[in-house]
Design a protein around this ligand. Structure first.
Ligand SMILES: [Mg+2]
Length: 381
């Protein structure tokens, strides 16, 4: 099998899990000589990042066209070598590597008639607990607690809640309101099930605030606190970790293995967030997951975009003993529920290993066309 065409497709879609904000991705479609198609994604989040990623993907295309998709490592290295100047330490080049790499793995699976999970060596888990990964939106705390209790009642085995997000929740800004929220959620879902608190980019806690807030939340039991001091603050995280017992989660903004090694070396990260649509694809995530496992930490897929990144994340999560849970956006949304014929679901609180061939998803091209950024952006202008 040889790759015949590389197409970069920026898409834009309203995300119900983010207060219906318009979010942006850059997809990749690889077409082989025999007509088989592989899909990849980068989680660019902003239109300008999508357009830049598209340009780099088009620059990478000559490295991929005419090549055998089975040789994923070869192509991954070729792309990184090409980006030696503009991709040093990551950045937009890593988005382009991510999207093409995921699509190559999909095509490789289809060429060999095996699942990506099999090609990664097969599952090391029979099943993974499914948890909700949500943003808090409502103004009334009881309403938010009730909503989360509803997800748990539907079978999800815990909830991660984003603070400082769009909407009227105003969480992350006031001590008493934050603690009242955590207390209400704990009372609504009962003891035992994990609650994770994820601080969005809008929240700018100093170290003292982070210590005080985390200590107060600990009274109600939180499984981890995510990015309380952002993406990089080794001294701050060391202080926070010394003064609290809650696990620290961060890492989702890193681009590559070197970045992950840097945060692991600080000794302050317990749960390492990784998005294959940012951290250089399935090849990149797999390398990171192995490193995280060697450091006896947990890796956690940041799968909060399309079913393509969910499929890639699931394959790696099942192939790595560093991964312990899998996150689902709780509200139905276009990039999960419209984009593919069989959306990913959990059953009785568990998600099962993904089956192939390739990523095991069937992308509906009419849906891709409907959400092409040039069309969507034209409509909203
Ligand atoms: Mg996060």
């Amino acid at each position: 099998m040889r790759v015949e065409a590389v197409e970069a497709i920026p898409v834009s879609y309203p995300e119900p899990n983010d207060f219906n904000a318009l979010r942006h991705l850059c997809l990749v479609k690889l077409t082989a000589e025999d007509g088989q198609v592989g899909w990849g994604e980068s989680i660019t989040q902003f239109p300008e990042a999508s357009w830049a990623t598209k340009a780099i993907i088009e620059g990478f295309a000559p490295l991929i066209i005419g090549k055998d998709p089975v040789q994923t490592e070869t192509h991954w290295r070729a792309m990184k070598n090409q980006a030696w100047w503009y991709g040093y330490n990551g950045g937009i080049a890593s988005y382009a590597v991510s999207a093409i790499d995921i699509a190559l793995w999909d095509l490789k699976g289809k060429a060999l008639n095996r699942s990506v999970l099999d090609l990664l060596g097969g599952p090391v888990h029979d099943r993974l607990p499914a948890i909700a990964s949500s943003h808090a939106h409502y103004e009334e705390i009881p309403k938010m607690a009730e909503e989360i209790a509803g997800w748990v009642a539907s079978g999800l085995q815990g909830a991660k809640v984003g603070f400082g997000k769009r909407g009227n929740a105003r969480l992350g800004y006031e001590h008493d309101r934050d603690i009242a929220f955590v207390k209400a959620v704990r009372e609504a879902i009962g003891p035992g099930l994990p609650i994770m608190i994820d601080l969005g980019i809008a929240i700018k806690w100093d170290v003292t605030t982070a210590v005080e807030r985390t200590l107060a939340m600990e009274e109600y039991g939180i499984a981890w606190i995510e990015e309380p001091l952002g993406a990089w603050d080794p001294n701050g995280y060391a202080t926070l970790r010394a003064k609290t017992t809650t696990r620290m989660a961060y890492g989702e903004k890193e681009w590559n293995l070197e970045g992950y090694q840097r945060i692991l070396d600080t000794g302050t990260v317990d749960v390492v967030g990784v998005d294959p649509g940012r951290a250089e694809g399935i090849t990149g995530f797999k390398k990171v997951a192995e490193r995280v496992e060697a450091h006896r930490r947990q890796a956690n897929a940041h799968a909060w975009s399309s079913a393509i990144v969910s499929a890639a994340s699931l394959a790696i999560s099942f192939s790595s003993s560093a991964c312990k849970v899998f996150e689902f956006k709780p509200l139905r949304n276009p990039m999960q529920h419209e984009l593919v014929k069989k959306p990913f679901e959990w059953k009785d609180g568990w998600v099962l290993p993904p089956a192939g061939p390739g990523l095991g998803i069937e992308v509906i091209e009419e849906v891709v066309d409907r959400y092409r950024s040039e069309r969507v952006m034209e409509r909203v202008r």
